[in-house]
Design a binder for this molecule. Structure first.
Ligand code: ARG
Ligand code: ZN
Length: 845
């Protein structure tokens, strides 16, 4: 069943208050609700309909009189009196049997909830839609020492707790947690002097992994006050770590629930990358308190209203705390790896979709990451000062409301007097715009001629030109900047910009900072790329020049067997040697484009990508780089050595990032001697895991794999890494076999989403392994998707996107994937979630 944005109508009733009582029991939890309804004067349809799924209705009453509602699998209806009334209802649910991890479920003996997007209807009958906001009081009865819900605690006794949340909220922000948990506590005093109790609740044994998350929370609270003027609004802020969780984390009001992988960290068990991700996710969920909770979405089509903005805000936070250049480059790598394939394939949809079947399938890179890019462009277009004024107006005007993208754009129009009608196409048109540019030099005037085009797609059959902010700088032939960064605002299909009074033909640096999420098409020779790699003052475009050199040499190597490009090798060596450059930046420079990015680039250039040839080219280039840099590598390794206790700060993290790259190159020359030494000496997970990865890549490390397991078998999050690393480093023709063997391991708990992702997800990310010519990767993934679907449709549906790029490959691979898609699609009882994904993936060419 398809739902359309254009069909929105308000709910017929306002909910004036909600009182819930939970009597907890693993297979028979009772939920009593008492809800005050009043007719909604804004609505025309006053039919009383409540959502409800997998609920056993025990009894219901209106104004104290028992009623017998008409119940279906999806909800209930019932005649109601005119005017206000009290609805009371009791249902029974089965948290332990809830393997979908949506609604109220159990994870390691602890109760927890995930209600976004439509999980609350699996807890009780309710108008489960984000535009219905109410004040909740929640009473919990259970034998557990910790009983939590949203808001402030009113009663906290033995086996009994009452929580009251004064802020009206939609049901998707409801949360409940009960278990034998221990708290890591702290406090934060807000800008107006209010003390807030902070708690991070974890399972006993995990206390030592809380300190970093807590610091990140306090930094987030401080940052949101300083940068956005947003103060926290309850007496307590609780975070709970849960092992079984479909996503990263959830911003429930006053009670954030986190996947334990997104919050728990210690130097021994978490890598630098884990620490950075945790800091960003803590910030993201905290920032939702204003962008998501105080101001929420009218309907799920507006998801990017909260997600795009909150991703944008967390990226600003990370840029402020760490290196802005490194953050920007990392975000663009991620955007190209996850969002571009989505935007350019059968799953393409606008940042604000206009229809869906299962909303959980739209928590996508397009809604989140392209949604954040759109905010960044808006800020670039209006400038920092007007962005700040628009945000102030947004918070002042819409606090307590459920809003739309129209509301969001209106505050910018009101503050700037701009007409944003054309800009709005970024929200409504699917696909990645292509920006072609050619240049012209005449009589001291340099002109850039741009043309934009957006490929027509099923989602956007008749695309129109978008507003593209193009940041440009010009360098003279000596490498000095003759025109500092300036923003060109492109609005037409084709448009030219002239720069006068130049002494010599300049070298352009276009789309600095990746000022718009487009594909830039320009004929550039390797000499010009090498020039920008050496001289560009914009750190993003400098990196981009190196990236382009890498991509071009790899494409030539993979298709014609050409040798590694000299411009690339020399340019990289110069970067590697440049001790003035941040080591983390140098590490990013040295990273190769991913093999799937190369496959996309080849397909785009009209060549059918051969995954084995691409893998071979990547290996060959890494070896060539190692040989070329042979003399400087020992010095780099020495420079990157960190003395003193481990800290996941920018300085140390940066050194370990470059050290890790250097070690992987060295391993190609010494066969693993230094990696084995690093493994043996490592006292933190970053060094231990990077050494293990190097050894496995060199075909060594079986002793270390065994030792690693022995050392960490009691730590789930570390064992996820153990599964994942063996698969990431598997050679293409062994990948499926290794994965199949690991799924036989006693610790392969396939119902745990983290473990499933560490195993089958890792397979999909081993490009040549997943695309093995015999189809073994496709078959294995399909087998497991079919098995997981009845247990956890959400995680299954997400992972189907591994097949979204199938039309890129040769006819033999396409037919093998086609067979697996057909097999999944024809599985009896396949979930609506997975059905929608497979249908879309198969549908478009
Ligand atoms: N709102 C959460 C976040 O971005 C994501 C939760 C989505 N969950 C889901 N089942 N679709 O932080
Ligand atoms: Zn979010």
């Amino acid at each position: 069943q398809t739902i359309y944005l254009k069909d929105y109508t308000p709910f017929g009733f306002d909910v004036e208050s909600v009182h819930l009582t939970f009597d907890l029991s693993p297979n028979a939890t009772r939920v009593m609700s008492r809800i005050a309804f009043a007719p909604n004067p804004e609505a025309t349809d006053h039919r009383f309909y409540l959502h409800g799924k997998k609920l056993t209705l025990i009894k219901a009453a209106i104004n104290g009189e028992p009623v017998r509602p008409e119940v279906t699998d999806e909800g209930l209806t019932c005649p109601v009196p005119d005017g206000s009334f009290i609805w009371e209802c009791e249902v029974e649910i089965d948290p332990e049997g809830n393997t979908a991890l949506e609604g109220l479920y159990m994870s390691n003996g602890m109760y927890c909830t995930q209600c976004e997007a439509e999980g609350f209807r699996k807890i009780t009958y309710y108008p489960d839609r984000p535009d219905v906001m109410s004040v909740f009081t929640v009473e919990i009865k259970g034998p557990h020492p910790v009983l939590l819900s949203n808001g402030n605690p009113q009663v906290q006794g033995q086996g009994h707790a009452i929580w009251h949340d004064p802020w009206p909220k939609p049901a998707y922000l409801f949360a409940l947690v009960a278990g034998e948990l221990v708290a890591h506590s702290d406090s934060f005093t807000t800008c107006s002097g209010k003390a807030v109790d902070l708690n991070l609740y974890v399972r006993p044994g995990d206390e030592g992994k809380c300190a970093f998350g807590m610091e990140a929370l306090k930094k987030s609270m401080q940052w949101d006050e300083e940068v956005y003027g947003r103060e926290y609004d309850l007496d307590v802020f609780n975070i709970v770590a849960v092992d079984d969780f479909n996503m990263g984390a959830m911003e429930n009001k006053g009670l954030n629930v986190f996947n334990s992988s997104a919050v728990l960290a210690s130097p021994e068990t978490a890598t630098d990358g884990n620490f950075e991700r945790i800091e960003a996710i803590i910030a993201h969920e905290y920032f939702h308190n204003w962008t998501g909770n105080r101001i929420t979405c009218r309907d799920w089509f507006q998801l990017c209203l909260k997600e795009g903005l909150t991703v944008y805000r967390d990226s600003q936070f990370t840029s402020d705390l760490r290196s802005a250049a490194v953050k920007r480059i990392s975000d663009v790598i991620d955007l190209r790896a996850r969002q571009f394939p989505e935007d350019q394939g059968p799953l393409a949809h606008p940042v604000r979709p206009e229809s869906f079947q299962e909303i959980n399938n739209f928590y996508t890179a397009t809604v989140y990451e392209k949604g954040a890019e759109v905010i960044g462009m808006l800020k670039r277009l209006v400038g920092d000062a007007d962005y700040a004024r628009a945000l102030d107006l947004y918070f002042a005007r819409h606090d307590g409301q459920a809003c739309t993208i129209e509301d969001w754009l209106q505050v910018f129009e009101d503050v700037t007097d701009r007409d944003l009608a054309q800009f709005k196409r970024w929200y409504s048109q699917a696909g990645t715009p292509r920006l072609a540019v050619r240049d012209e030099w005449k009589d001291g005037t340099y002109t850039l001629h741009f043309s934009q085009s957006l490929p027509a797609s099923a989602a956007s059959p008749d695309p129109q030109p978008q507003v593209i902010p193009i940041s440009v700088g010009l360098l003279d032939p000596n490498g000095d900047e003759v025109l500092p960064t300036r923003m060109l605002e492109m609005t037409e299909a084709t448009q030219s910009f002239a720069f006068e009074g130049l002494a010599a033909r300049p070298v352009p640096s276009i789309l600095r900072g990746f000022s718009a999420p487009v594909v830039l098409d320009r004929d550039v020779g390797t000499a010009e790329r090498a020039f920008l790699l050496a001289h560009d003052t914009d750190p993003f475009n400098r990196w981009e020049a190196g990236r382009a050199l890498a991509r071009e040499t790899l494409m030539a190597m993979a298709t014609t067997g050409a040798p590694a490009g000299a411009d690339y090798l020399d340019g990289m060596l110069a970067v590697l040697r440049d001790a003035d450059l941040d080591p983390a930046y140098r590490a990013l420079m040295l990273g190769q484009p991913s093999q799937s990015e190369l496959a996309a680039a080849l397909a785009e250039a009209g060549t059918t990508p051969d995954p084995d040839a691409i893998w071979q080219a990547s290996e060959t280039l890494a070896l060539a780089m190692a040989q070329h840099a042979q003399d400087v590598l020992p010095r780099i390794l020495a420079e990157c050595r960190v003395d003193g206790p481990y800290r996941p700060d920018p300085d140390q993290t940066s050194k370990r990032a470059l050290g890790g790259r250097a070690l992987s190159l060295v391993t190609r020359l010494d066969g693993g001697t230094q990696a084995a030494a690093q493994y043996a000496a490592a006292d933190n997970m970053t060094l231990q895991l990077s050494a293990l990865g190097c050894l496995l890549a060199a075909g060594k490390g079986s002793a270390e794999v065994a030792a690693f397991y022995d050392q960490w078998q009691d730590d789930r999050l570390v064992i996820d890494k153990w599964f994942g690393m063996q698969i990431a480093q598997a050679v293409p023709d062994k990948a499926a076999t290794i994965v199949a063997a690991l799924t036989e391991h006693a610790d392969f708990n396939w119902k745990n989403p983290n473990r499933f992702r560490a195993t089958l997800g890792a397979l999909t990310m081993n490009h040549a392994g997943f695309h093995a010519a015999d189809g073994s990767g496709y078959r294995l993934l399909a087998d497991w998707l079919i098995r997981l679907d009845p247990v956890n449709p959400q995680t299954t549906a997400r992972m189907c996107s591994a097949f979204q790029t199938w039309r890129r490959y040769d006819s033999d691979r396409q037919s093998k994937i086609g067979t697996e898609l057909e097999r999944i699609a024809s599985t009896a009882g396949l979930s609506p979630d997975t059905t929608e994904m497979i249908t879309r993936i198969r549908g478009a060419k």
